[in-house]
Design a protein around this ligand. Structure first.
Ligand SMILES: *[C@@H]1O[C@H](CO)[C@@H](O)[C@H](O)[C@H]1NC(C)=O
Ligand SMILES: *[C@@H]1O[C@H](CO)[C@@H](O)[C@H](O)[C@H]1NC(C)=O
Ligand SMILES: *[C@@H]1O[C@H](CO)[C@@H](O)[C@H](O)[C@H]1NC(C)=O
Ligand SMILES: *[C@@H]1O[C@H](CO)[C@@H](O)[C@H](O)[C@H]1NC(C)=O
Ligand SMILES: *[C@@H]1O[C@H](CO)[C@@H](O)[C@H](O)[C@H]1NC(C)=O
Ligand SMILES: *[C@@H]1O[C@H](CO)[C@@H](O)[C@H](O)[C@H]1NC(C)=O
Length: 333
C-alpha cells in the first residue's frame, strides 16, 4: 500500500517549474486566488532583483493620506518537500499581506531582507475601478526556509490620486514551529511587526494566538538600549480583529528600541515566565553614537579592493558601525 500525498501547492510548484518555494507566478496574476481569473485587480509580473533594489519609497512627491490598511500575518504552509526530489516533508512560514478599505488604484511593495539584498521581493498592483473591491490579499509564496528567523522590512506605497500613502514595517520571519495552529502555548510565539512610518512614534502590531488557546491577555514591553522603559498588560475580550496594536511615543529620545510581547495572566505556565516571548528587531531612533572602525588595506588586487569596499558597506549598513576606509599606499613591486 503506497500512500501518495501531493499537496496542491506542490503541484503548483511543479507547474511553475521553480524550486524551491517561489510559487508567485512570474506573469500577471489576479490579486488573490479567490478572485476570478479575469478580474480588475492585477498584480504585475515579479520585478527583476536589480530593478527591485532601485525602487525608492521616500520621496515627498504627493500629499499623504490614509488609503487603506495593510496587515501582515504569518501562517504555516502545507507540508511540502524540504528539497527537490526529497521525500522529507516540512512546513514553512508564509507571509500574508491583507489589504482592506482599499481606496488606492495602484500599489507597490518591497520585502527586503535586512542582511541580504539578493532576497528582495517587489510586486505592483493595479486596481481597476469597475469592480468595487474593498478587501484583498497577497499570499503567494516566495519563501526559502533560510528566511525563517531573519529580519525583514516591508515598504509600500499606495496611490489614489492625488494622494499617496507610504509605510514601512519591520519584523522577523517566525519559525513555523512557533506559529502553527496545533502547537501548545509553551511553543507559541506571537508574530510581531513594528510600523516605523511615524518615527519617533512607533506602532507595534502583533498577531493574536489561535482561538483554541483562549489567550485573553498579553504583556507588551518597550525597551530602550536594552532596558525596559514601559510595560503594560492588554486584556481581552478582543474584537474580531486578528491583531493588537500598541503605540509608543519615544518623544524623539535617541536610542535603540525594541518591543517584546508575551502571554501572561491566562496560563500559570506563562505567569511563571515560561512562555515564549516575541521580540521585534531593533529600531534606531534619532542620532546614536556609532562605534568607529578604521579599515586599512593594501590595494594589491582589484578583487581584494572590491571585497574590502563591500565589507565597509556591510559594516555601515548592517552593523551600526561607522566604518572608515584607508589605503596603505605601499608599492608592492
Ligand atoms: C499585465 O497587466 C498590465 C497592467 O494591467 C498590462 O498593461 C499588460 O498588458 C498585462 N500583461 C499581460 C501579459 O497580460
Ligand atoms: C490571507 O488573508 C486573507 C484575509 O485577509 C484570508 O482570506 C486568506 O485565507 C489568508 N491566506 C492564508 C494562506 O492564510
Ligand atoms: C543571500 O541569499 C542568497 C539566496 O537565498 C544566498 O544564495 C546567499 O548565500 C545569501 N548571502 C548571504 C551573505 O547570506
Ligand atoms: C463600494 O462598496 C462600498 C460598500 O460595499 C460602498 O460604500 C461604496 O460606495 C462603493 N464604492 C463605489 C465606487 O461603488
Ligand atoms: C534580527 O534582529 C534582532 C534584533 O535587532 C537581532 O538580535 C537578530 O540577531 C537579528 N536576526 C538576524 C538573523 O540577523
Ligand atoms: C528628532 O531628533 C533628530 C535629531 O536627533 C532631528 O533631526 C529630528 O528632526 C527630530 N524629529 C522630530 C520629529 O522631532
Amino acid at each position: 500500500f503506497i500512500f501518495c500525498f501531493i499537496p496542491s501547492l506542490v503541484f503548483r510548484e511543479i507547474m511553475f517549474g521553480v524550486f524551491p518555494f517561489y510559487v508567485c507566478p512570474t506573469d500577471n496574476m489576479t490579486c488573490n486566488s479567490k478572485l476570478a481569473v479575469k478580474s480588475d485587480c492585477v498584480i504585475l509580473p515579479s520585478v527583476p532583483p536589480s530593478e527591485c533594489e532601485s525602487w525608492t519609497f521616500d520621496t515627498n512627491s504627493a500629499p499623504s493620506r490614509y488609503l487603506g490598511s495593510v496587515r501582515l500575518e504569518a501562517y504555516t504552509t502545507e507540508l511540502i518537500p524540504s528539497s527537490d526530489f526529497s521525500s522529507d516533508f516540512r512546513m514553512y512560514t508564509g507571509m500574508n499581506l491583507s489589504f482592506s478599505d482599499i481606496t488606492w488604484s495602484y500599489m507597490r511593495f518591497r520585502y527586503k531582507q535586512m542582511k541580504n539584498r539578493s532576497n528582495d521581493l517587489c510586486r505592483e498592483f493595479h486596481m481597476y475601478k469597475s469592480e468595487n473591491y474593498s478587501d484583498s490579499f497577497f499570499d503567494c509564496w516566495w519563501i526559502f526556509h533560510t528566511f525563517e528567523g531573519t529580519n525583514f522590512t516591508l515598504e509600500y506605497e499606495a496611490v489614489g490620486l492625488p494622494w499617496i500613502e507610504r509605510r514601512k514595517y519591520i519584523f522577523q520571519i517566525p519559525h513555523p514551529i512557533n506559529i502553527a495552529n496545533d502547537i501548545g502555548i509553551e511553543d507559541w510565539i506571537p508574530f510581531i511587526y513594528v510600523d516605523v512610518t511615524e518615527v519617533p512614534v512607533l506602532t507595534a502590531r502583533w498577531q493574536r494566538a489561535p482561538s483554541h488557546m483562549s489567550v485573553r491577555s498579553y504583556r507588551i514591553r518597550v525597551f530602550k538600549d536594552g532596558a525596559s522603559v514601559e510595560s503594560s498588560i492588554w486584556r481581552g475580550p478582543f474584537e474580531e480583529e486578528h491583531e493588537q496594536l500598541y503605540i509608543y511615543d519615544t518623544n524623539n529620545v535617541s536610542g535603540i528600541y525594541h518591543f517584546e510581547v508575551t502571554v501572561e495572566g491566562d496560563y500559570k505556565y506563562c505567569d511563571a515566565g515560561l512562555c515564549r516571548t516575541a521580540r521585534s528587531p531593533d529600531i534606531i531612533v534619532g542620532r546614536i553614537k556609532l562605534p568607529i572602525v578604521l579599515v586599512v588595506y593594501t590595494p594589491s588586487r582589484s578583487s581584494h579592493v572590491e571585497a574590502v569596499v563591500a565589507l565597509v558597506e556591510y559594516l555601515r549598513n548592517y552593523c551600526a558601525v561607522e566604518a572608515l576606509l584607508d589605503r596603505l599606499d605601499i608599492d608592492s613591486r
